[in-house]
Design a protein around this ligand. Structure first.
Ligand code: B12
Length: 268
């Protein structure tokens, strides 16, 4: 579920069950000290955001056109910041769209049109959020879609959050063949490679990347794998960390691991 603070309307991240894509309410750490008992506000504060989500969902179902500026204006009126809009409204909507399409409730064109709008939204938000963040010279993290994966929004969202946290990130999509990705990561000398997998058949590509890093000579990065498939149970991959946590947990994980010494390949 996607939790929103009833008091300041900030997105608090995901909670269990992870396969439930509805919005729910809570109290964020900043507001918690001000709140002594559960009030009507806690129950009702997130209602306008839920309504906004439901209206967007209905407009997808009724095959309406998406008006990006109207959506942004409504998010502004509701005091939802740009990063929260993407992570806490658009992300669950995308998951819902996947379900609607799978159940035959909407045609593929509707999913495509919504995806085009999200692409533009991410571009706008990226410019706004990252405008004042200076670029570092060296790349610390390389994010890439697994070879054959065309689902780019996951890594775009992670890139935004990592950059906001001061991490220097390069993203690649669509993915590269494993040998080329490994060569490029080594050339950049990055500490972390994050790979995104949306479908089971892309897991073999990621296993191959981990294997090539394991067998390469000299320093190698941490390999971390996430994405829609990894949200459910996936068998372990030798040389890679499977990550199904929230965006905030990922940012903490990366920042922590950037402090480590470079890993050495097992091949020495
Ligand atoms: C939008 C979309 C598309 C768009 C992608 C547009 C784009 N430019 O990205 C288009 C239309 C191109 C598309 C194509 C296809 N899609 Co599609 N798509 C989706 C949809 C609706 C949303 C995906 C999305 O953006 N979600 C929002 C992002 C933010 O979430 P996310 O990717 O999960 O990322 C989050 C986490 O997983 C994590 N994360 C992601 N990556 C990483 C990486 C690291 C390192 C870490 C730590 C974490 C992490 O962090 C993110 C933030 O929380 C999903 C539905 C769904 N349930 O996901 C289907 C879905 C993924 N697609 C699906 C399918 C089948 C396809 C197609 C095969 C359809 C077809 N027949 O052509 C093609 C495949 C293309 C390909 N080779 O990859 C299936 C996959 C089912 C499966 N498991 O096999 C899904 C699940 C829909 C469904 N229910 O059937 N798709």
């Amino acid at each position: 579920m996607f939790r929103w603070c009833s008091y300041c309307q900030s997105f608090m991240g995901e909670s269990e069950p992870r396969d439930n894509f509805t919005l729910t309410h809570g109290v964020c750490a900043k507001c918690r000290p001000k709140v002594r008992t559960i009030t009507q506000q806690e129950l009702e504060g997130v209602m306008p955001i839920k309504l906004f989500f439901n209206e967007l969902q209905s407009s997808i179902l009724s095959l309406q056109k998406f008006d990006k500026s109207k959506i942004m204006a409504e998010a502004n009126r509701l005091n939802i910041n740009a990063a929260d809009l993407l992570a806490g409204v658009m992300q669950p909507l995308l998951y819902e769209i996947g379900k609607m399409y799978q159940e035959g409730k909407i045609p593929a064109v509707q999913e495509h049109k919504f995806s085009m709008m999200i692409k533009e939204l991410i571009r706008d938000i990226r410019m706004e959020l990252l405008a004042n963040i200076p670029e570092k010279q060296n790349t610390e993290v390389l994010l890439a879609c697994a070879n054959g994966n065309f689902h780019e929004f996951g890594i775009s969202l992670l890139e935004l959050h990592l950059k906001k946290a001061g991490v220097s990130v390069e993203s690649l999509y669509p993915g590269l063949p494993p040998d080329q990705l490994v060569a490029y990561a080594k050339q950049l000398n990055v500490k972390v490679v994050g790979l995104s997998v949306s479908m089971e058949n892309q897991l073999a590509e990621v296993e191959e990347v981990a294997r090539l890093f394991n067998e390469s000579k000299g320093p190698r990065p941490y390999v971390i794998v996430g994405g829609f498939v990894i949200r459910s149970t996936t068998p372990p991959i030798d040389g890679a960390t499977l990550f199904s946590g929230s965006i905030e947990e990922l940012v903490r994980w990366v920042v922590e691991h950037l402090k480590d010494q470079h890993l050495e390949s097992t091949a020495g």
